[in-house]
Design a protein around this ligand. Structure first.
Ligand SMILES: Cc1ncc(COP(=O)(O)O)c(C=O)c1O
Length: 379
């Protein structure tokens, strides 16, 4: 029998757990042809609002649109600056550019989150918003960001990687003025295609987002502004409703798996395990360690059938579209160092202790052989 290895995630396993609900829901959508928006989407928007403890949820086409729509709902655009941490998926910064505003990058802290100590350096009179990215499954310290930037600046949460996470007991999505999330299939709450949502406690921002997601329309063929075509569809809402019902259980499975990695890795030299910021309940969208010789370790694990990944190999301020046209990009030392050391180990609901042991054994082996290789090369 061929060795199946260890996958980085197992979407098929997740599907098998909710298959009956999904098939029944798809039948309902097919029966009444409610393909775009419709009753399944409305049910999901209400359920996810209750779950996130916010008054308004607006289902949209993907997480990138959700960020753009959230900014535009607050009137942010040309002439404004938006602060974004440098270690995030490119979409966070891309959405800012699409809104018409300029991106200003801040460095990250040891939790891989926006470094609040770097905020005073990047704040300016033009700062209109700060995006706290809840990277890898734990919340950015939104209350500290608020304390530093004051009440006038819009606080936007990028909660794409943190569905269900809590900060001092409050859910991700309820910690700022407005939040955006992605239901990309691999997320903790993932659809079977692209999908996303905007969450907000503010009725004014909710109304604007609702209109902007549908070509700026207030009613059919009545458009008060130009928006996007960014509507959640009925089939995706079926999947999201089915998965929302089990999300807390699946997040708990992720926490148990993370605790096992923490224990198994205590005695493995050279591995730094992820830190949880005090006040956070982590949902471990990713379990990210820091290791020396990361690229070689990653290659060896891949060759041994263990699927690790790098989120992200280059901080966003060093990606081509964000390089200044003249001169050098600003040095953001911690984000740059982290991007050379980080490695995401397999984690998903249903991962077994045997799979995790295999990952840790493979990692120890790769670390000792790459360290020996480096030492020999230096001789
Ligand atoms: C932190 C973060 N922000 C934004 C996005 C963009 O979401 P989407 O791929 O649904 O557009 C993602 C997901 O891929 C993400 O991980």
């Amino acid at each position: 029998m061929t060795d199946p290895g260890v996958p980085s995630a197992d979407l098929h396993l997740a599907h098998l757990r909710i298959e009956a609900e999904v098939r029944a829901g798809f039948d309902r959508v097919l029966a009444d042809s409610s393909f775009i928006l419709g009753p399944e989407v409305e049910t999901f928007e209400r359920a996810f609002a209750r779950y996130c403890e916010v008054d308004h949820v607006i289902g949209v086409a993907n997480g990138t649109d959700a960020i753009e729509l959230a900014l535009r709902s607050a009137g942010i655009g040309k002439g404004d600056e938006v602060i974004v941490p440098a270690n995030t998926f490119v979409a966070t910064a891309e959405a800012v550019v699409r809104s018409g505003a300029s991106v200003v990058f801040a460095d990250c802290d040891d939790h891989f989150l926006l470094d609040v100590d770097d905020l005073p350096r990047v704040l300016s009179e033009r700062t209109a918003a700060v995006i706290g990215v809840h990277l890898y499954g734990q919340c950015a310290p939104m209350e500290e960001i608020r304390r530093i930037v004051g009440p006038e600046v819009l606080l936007l949460e990028d909660a794409a990687q943190a569905q269900g996470a809590r900060r001092f007991g409050a859910r991700a999505g309820s910690l700022g003025d407005i939040a955006a999330t992605s239901f990309y299939p691999g997320k903790n709450l993932g659809a079977y295609g692209d999908a996303g949502a905007v969450m907000t406690p503010r009725a004014d921002l909710a109304k604007n987002t609702r209109d902007l997601r549908n070509h700026g329309g207030t009613a059919r063929y009545e458009h008060r502004m130009l928006g996007l075509n960014s509507r959640l569809d009925g089939l995706q809402a079926v999947v999201l409703n089915a998965k929302l019902a089990v999300l807390d259980d699946w997040n708990e499975e992720r926490r148990v798996a993370a605790a096992l990695y923490d224990a198994l890795l205590t005695d493995v030299a050279d591995v730094t395990t992820p830190l949880t910021l005090p006040g956070n309940e982590h949902v471990y969208h990713l379990y990210v360690v820091r290791v020396p010789n990361r690229d070689e370790v990653h290659e060896q694990l891949t060759a041994n059938g263990i699927a690790t990944a790098i989120h992200y190999p280059r901080p966003v301020h060093l990606l081509e579209p964000f390089l200044p046209e003249q001169g050098m990009p600003r040095v953001l030392p911690r984000s740059e160092q982290q991007s050379a050391e980080i490695l995401s180990l397999p984690i998903f609901p249903g991962i077994t202790p045997q799979q995790q042991t295999r990952v840790v054994d493979g990692l120890s082996e790769a670390l000792s052989s790459t360290t020996t290789m480096k030492k020999e090369a230096l001789r």
